[in-house]
Design a protein around this ligand. Structure first.
Ligand SMILES: [Zn+2]
Length: 725
């Protein structure tokens, strides 16, 4: 409630104390609300003011993970304010002033309440300076988000609750502001953020990197990457680019030397096709048995590529596998039965127990396997070893043919397998693979067994296990295409909305990429496949228009971000000569209406836990394609361009988008959007004018896009496990 003062009293007070703030009645300066009004997150953001600019001055010590900060926040009051809130989580607040005067602060949950000494008048600008320090929190969502410490620094990435982890903030898309971020780090460490690098100054044993993000930005889009990066600054098409790739990814891991001597035996990598490489020898084992020990250093694809020890009586059919007595083998079956198609010999050790179900219905197959095959047991291992490991295998008596075997499918491979220091307790066949005139000491490398394709390569003596091609090379290939991708998208969406661009890839177990304004952060795991890396870059750059320049007005509307960025990938797919948007649309529409989890979910109101559900991405893009089919290409691309132009620098809601689409198309579209954004599979009546015939192999096409299009890599972070370089 508000109350007017009698005119006479107002005059008297102002005459008595010109220019001095008046001690107002308590209710004339109420507290701003603790939330900005988002029903999904009632405490996100705050009421009563609008931030214009954040000036963050932080220093970070990679040794202790302690961040020390001074945040200067320039804001304008949108009501008389006796108190106001900021969002701030963790960290120790050391001091806070408003307009240079110490303020009273209290903290509860994510809310920092500031009571300035003097009330702030509606419309006036005020400055908050907060000093704080602490170790910022890492969030557990998506396998780690927020302020993430890395092996050589830290990276800040995630949404929606990240900014408050490292500075006091009005954290909601509705309050955009410009940012200046000065990051002080030890000398020799790089510090990357958004926008433009305005200075980099060394002082003693530290270095300060100052970044200016001049265009209004939602706070969660602020990133900070600290560590050893190769930074590439350049200009293209009038845009300033900063690309930062973790130095470790550029250099790649070092070669792995032998355990002893100068040589080891290396499997090589079969990235051209499947392989079944054996290292074989026949040994005469006495009645009491014998022990075969050897050193293994392995990096093979999880679930698909196995290392195993096979044995049979020489010339016999009693094939089996032998367990490692040190526990490195197990009975896990990984991607069985699929790897049996490449290497059917493995049915000696595993049994395909899949159930085809109705032979007429290819969708009801249940795939499964059991350990134990036609002649023997299953003892094998996939994945990465933690350095060299010692295997010890008990050999049965007799004339025994034993093979150390590496069976793989095609294409995705790790570094392969190194073997060294084979010791047989009888002495026969012991070898360290040295160049001594008898390198293999009787061991041979036979052809792949019956049913497998010929091996593209096989075991060779080598000086080391060579490093794989650095991931940074493949990141670079995609980063080099950024100007081209921006031009392609600008052609459809209108001018690129910002003055800077680029990307960050850190060596860290990150489960997603994020559209940080002007400088997206990508998980390294998007760049494993040399053919398919550009889609994620297209996705995050498309977000610069939809998500960043036009942010969501409420978190409920994430389909306006993710549907658009995903649809950009479909357009890029067509541009690149892969499936076109019609094909992709049809493939996803082949998912039966009974798939409740897929179609039952209302992407227009996904709930706070469903903001980034995969349905929001794909069905959001389906919604746009349905709109395109309804209104035709001309109106559709006008709508996209006008959406970016009319809401640039601000936020948008679903209703505003529908209104715009109706204005441009002059069609009534609310029924269409209700159908596509609500629960239930939409009904599509027949092929539209642009439609191609439906794809025959929907699962393959759909799978391709599951892998390519998600903000999350399609597979768990297998490459990172156990790597600590
Ligand atoms: Zn996205």
């Amino acid at each position: 409630m508000s109350r007017k003062l009698p005119l006479a009293l107002l005059l008297a007070v102002s005459l008595l104390a010109p220019g001095v703030a008046i001690a107002a009645p308590p209710n004339a300066f109420p507290a701003g609300s603790s939330g900005i009004g988002d029903p999904y997150f009632p405490l996100d953001g705050n009421g009563g003011y609008d931030v214009q600019h954040y000036d963050l001055d932080v220093s970070y010590d990679p040794d202790t993970d302690v961040l020390t900060g001074e945040a200067t926040i320039v804001a304008r009051a949108t009501q008389n304010l006796g108190a106001f809130n900021l969002d701030f989580v963790g960290m120790r607040l050391r001091a806070l002033t408003v307009n240079g005067v110490k303020a009273v602060t209290t903290r509860k949950g994510q809310e920092l309440t500031v009571k300035p000494k003097t009330g702030i008048t509606n419309g006036s600008q005020f400055t908050v300076v907060a000093r704080y320090d602490g170790v910022p929190k890492t969030l557990e969502e998506l396998g780690g988000a927020g302020f993430i410490t890395t092996n050589d620094g830290a990276i800040v990435v995630g949404e929606p609750h990240v900014a408050e982890l490292w500075f006091p903030v009005n954290n909601h898309p509705r309050d955009k502001a410009s940012f200046t971020v000065a990051i002080t780090v030890p000398l020799g460490v790089e510090a990357i953020s958004n926008g433009i690098l305005v200075s980099q100054q060394d002082s003693g044993d530290s270095s300060t990197w100052t970044w200016d993000a001049v265009e209004p930005m939602v706070p969660y889009l602020l990133t900070m990457g600290i560590g050893q990066f190769e930074v590439d600054a350049y200009e293209a098409d009038g845009l300033a680019f900063w690309d930062a790739i973790d130095s470790n990814l550029v250099i790649g891991p070092p070669p792995i030397p032998p355990v002893t001597g100068d040589q080891l035996l290396f499997s090589q990598v079969a990235d051209q096709g499947p392989s079944y490489k054996r290292l074989t020898r026949t040994l005469t084992v006495p009645a009491g048995g014998a022990t075969l020990t050897f050193q293994v250093n392995r990096d093979t694809e999880e679930g698909w590529d196995f290392l195993l020890v096979e044995s049979r009586t020489a010339g016999g059919d009693n094939w089996t596998t032998l367990p490692d007595q040190n526990g490195h083998t197990n009975q896990e079956l990984g991607a069985c039965p699929f790897f049996l198609f490449d290497n059917p010999f493995l049915t000696h050790y595993v049994t395909d127990t899949s159930d085809e179900g109705d032979p007429e219905n290819p969708d009801d197959d249940e795939f499964s396997c059991a350990a134990g095959g036609t002649t023997g047991a299953w003892n094998a291992v996939y994945g990465q070893s933690d350095g060299w490991e010692t295997w010890s295998v008990q050999l049965p008596p007799g004339s025994i043919e034993v093979s150390i075997a590496y069976a793989s499918d095609c294409c995705v491979q790790g570094r392969g397998v190194g073997i060294d220091d084979i010791v047989v307790s009888t002495g026969e066949g012991s070898t360290s693979f040295e160049d001594d005139g008898n390198t293999l000491d009787g061991w041979t490398t036979p052809e792949a067994p019956e049913g497998s394709q010929p091996n593209p390569n096989t075991w060779i003596p080598a000086l080391n296990i060579p490093p794989p091609t650095p991931l940074g090379d493949s990141v670079q290939v995609s980063f080099d295409r950024q100007p081209e991708i921006i031009a392609f998208l600008a052609d459809m969406f209108g001018p690129y909305p910002f003055s800077a661009a680029g990307g960050i890839v850190d060596e860290v177990e990150l489960g997603f990429a994020l559209e940080n304004q002007t400088r997206p952060v990508y998980s390294q795991f998007f760049f494993g496949d040399p053919a398919g890396n550009d889609f994620v870059v297209v996705h995050e750059i498309a977000h610069q228009w939809y998500g960043d320049s036009v942010a969501v007005d409420l978190w409920q509307y994430t389909w306006l971000n993710e549907g658009f960025a995903t649809y950009a990938e479909w357009l890029w797919s067509e541009e690149e000569g892969f499936e076109d948007a019609d094909d992709i649309f049809d493939a996803w529409m082949d998912i039966p209406a009974e798939e409740e989890e897929w179609w039952g979910f209302a992407i227009g109101d996904p709930g706070p836990d469903g903001l980034f559900a995969f349905q929001v991405y794909i069905r959001g893009a389906l919604t746009l394609h349905a709109l395109r089919q309804e209104v035709g290409d001309h109106d559709f691309f006008n709508i996209l361009e006008e959406w970016a132009a009319s809401q640039a620098g601000g936020t948008g809601s679903t209703q505003e988008f529908i209104d715009l689409a109706e204005d441009i198309s002059r069609e009534e579209l609310s029924a269409l959007f209700d159908m596509w954004l609500g629960p239930g599979k939409p009904v599509v009546d027949g092929p539209g004018p642009n439609r191609m015939p439906a794809l025959r192999d929907m699962p393959a096409a759909a799978k391709t896009f599951v892998e390519r299009n998600a903000d999350k890599p399609g597979q768990p972070f297998k490459e990172a496990k156990g790597k600590g370089h």
